[in-house]
Design a protein around this ligand. Structure first.
Ligand SMILES: [Zn+2]
Ligand SMILES: [Zn+2]
Length: 251
């Protein structure tokens, strides 16, 4: 579904969000859970484009709800998988693959799809990727060490992963998670609020189409402290009753 000129959300990718940037070539931002790889490929076909036209898979961070579908999509399309080095780990035999933070790395059970990740092209803060009018990499550590936002400079659209979310009108911050760094997170948000973007396409929730940086600045002024688990859990009954998003902070 095209939400802004050349920017699509991929229907059927549930729980988290995947976005397709459509121009001369295609770029994907995140890829949902393992079974969403197929959903992404089907969507590309449904808008009349070919799998080979996908040049990049941009990874906002390494959590499995955003990266599970990458294996299938990368294999079929040959797209470069782009992520920040701090969310990768070295692979035996050379190169690096996506690395999983905190609890995911510590789980005693084998998670087969995690072992089959393609080699990653590491990117750094400030890099400009030649996708469409240019996509800027902004390193925003906090949610994970290697969390990045991707700023489409020509449309002023920020792909923010789990660093910030939107419900379509507001912006909210993520609750602490395993591997979370509070100080880094606060610094990243301050930095983002000083940037120039209108739309916010977050890793969960509904995209915000206008006013992004200003709305983030207002949130930081009104509530300087990010949400806590206590507040998050207390808001749960109300969220469920009113079908509010189960991520981010109390509305
Ligand atoms: Zn996450
Ligand atoms: Zn997430």
């Amino acid at each position: 579904m095209e939400i802004l000129p050349g920017i699509h959300t991929i229907p059927g990718v549930k729980l988290s969000k995947a976005y397709l940037i459509e121009g001369e070539t295609l770029a994907l931002v995140d890829a949902g859970l393992p079974w969403h790889g197929r959903t992404v490929l089907r969507y590309i076909a449904s808008i009349g484009r070919k799998p080979e036209e996908l040049s990049h898979i941009l990874v906002t961070h390494s959590h499995p709800d955003h990266t599970g579908g990458i294996y299938r999509v990368a294999k079929k399309t040959g797209a470069a998988v782009v992520a920040h080095g701090d969310d990768t780990r070295s692979r035996r035999g050379g190169g690096s693959t996506l690395g999983y933070m905190g609890i995911f790395g510590a789980l005693p059970v084998p998670m087969p799809f995690l072992g089959r990740m393609p080699i990653v092209t590491p990117v750094q803060d400030g890099e400009l990727l030649s996708i469409g009018g240019g996509i800027r990499v902004i390193h925003t550590p906090g949610h994970t060490d290697g969390s990045v936002c991707f700023l489409d400079e020509s449309t002023k659209t920020l792909f923010s992963g789990d660093t910030i979310f939107s419900d379509g009108t507001r912006i909210s911050r993520s609750v602490p998670f395993f591997g979370y760094d509070d100080q880094a997170y606060r610094n990243s948000l301050k930095r983002l609020a000083g940037m120039d973007f209108d739309a916010v396409c977050g890793g969960h929730g509904s995209p915000l189409l206008d006013g992004g940086a200003g709305i983030l600045g207002e949130l930081l002024d009104a509530r300087p402290d990010p949400p806590t688990w206590g507040r998050f859990l207390m808001s749960m009954p109300r969220r469920l009753r009113r079908s509010l998003p189960l991520t981010g902070e109390d509305p």
